[in-house]
Write a protein that binds this ligand. Sequence first.
Ligand SMILES: *Cc1c(COP(=O)(O)O)cnc(C)c1O
Length: 398
Amino acid sequence: MLLFQMAVHAGEKMGKNGLKDTDSIATPIVSGTTHWSKSSGDLIAFKEGRRHSFEYGRYGNPTMKVLEDKISALERAESTLVTSSGMNAIVATLLALVPPGAGHVVTTTECYSEARAFIRDKLSKMGIKVTFVELNDMETLKAVLDQGDVTLFYTDCPTNPHLKCIDIKLVAELCHRKGALVCIDSTLASTINQKPLTIGADIVVHSATKYIAGHHDVIAGCISGSDALISRIRAWHHDLGGAISPDAAYMIIRGLKTMALRVETQNHTALRMARLLENHPKIERVYYPGLISSPWHHIAKSQMTGCGGVISFEVASDLHGVMRFIDALEIPFIATSLGGCESLVQQPAVMSFWGESDEEKAKNGIKDNLVRFSFGIEKFEDLRDDILQAPEKIYDYS
Ligand SMILES: *Cc1c(COP(=O)(O)O)cnc(C)c1O
């Protein structure tokens, strides 16, 4: 399958800009922060675009460029900008594409909490209009778009932790009719399962910290889209100074080599576990768009080739019973994040929503008995046995 080939070779053997002067199979880490010219004429040739080179490390670097080309191939994008974190990618995109004092951003009530807080608390103070809509309330979205001033629609697909999906093609049609851009945070899908740019999105962002790097050991982000849009974001990003180090870029290139294998395993494990838990007497509800019973299944099926390694579920117990369920698990780490080789588990009520009011939790659909699982690449049978023994530990007999 071409995806596997691209994850391994794009940007390198298959790339135009690979590091040509070396026959090393692994892309070299170019650690220099600045690049020299042989003469002033040579420098002018570079400035005029007649000679391919690099100038200063904050603007780009050969190792970084290989990574950007690889992600472009996977997302089917003209251009990609790799950044120092997923949040840096999101903030750079919003600042570059939404004009202060005149812009209008529409986002959804469920989307990555820090991005949502940035839009709500910071963008709104820059004279940018901000509107929140329910993820699949297309009527409200249409009404907001009819105001005629929307610059950009931004959301995650799927969302976290309820794994809701938005119809990207439909939203893009509605937005484009009114001149608004569409930016999708596709982190939970990974570049393997979903290609938002091929179904109408203008920009796709990822927290590359998750599936793309894939080993819980690098923080990074990326933004992909047309040359025209990415160069606007790149110009802003040069000022923000969110370049990743060449070492981090290399770690991600290395991680990407196995991404298709990892994600394929994670897709299968998550789907099989979701089906098993859906019929388990101690589990009240499972959230996973790969389940036929999911209200998002038809959308997921139309735009994803797999639903990723994250599932959420509500255990038939209370806050403390679910804490005992989690503590009884032997394989996963109790930790936030997702998409790496190691399985992670968390109870949002004591992790991301710790200290939040009951009202805030209710508003976000966070019940005390909600568990979020990010499957790693351990064997399905081992994870299954581990998860199926844990409900026995819910009850405190002491
Ligand atoms: C983790 C995450 C982010 C933020 O990425 P960082 O790399 O931590 O800055 C953004 N969006 C989603 C959906 C995420 O899961």
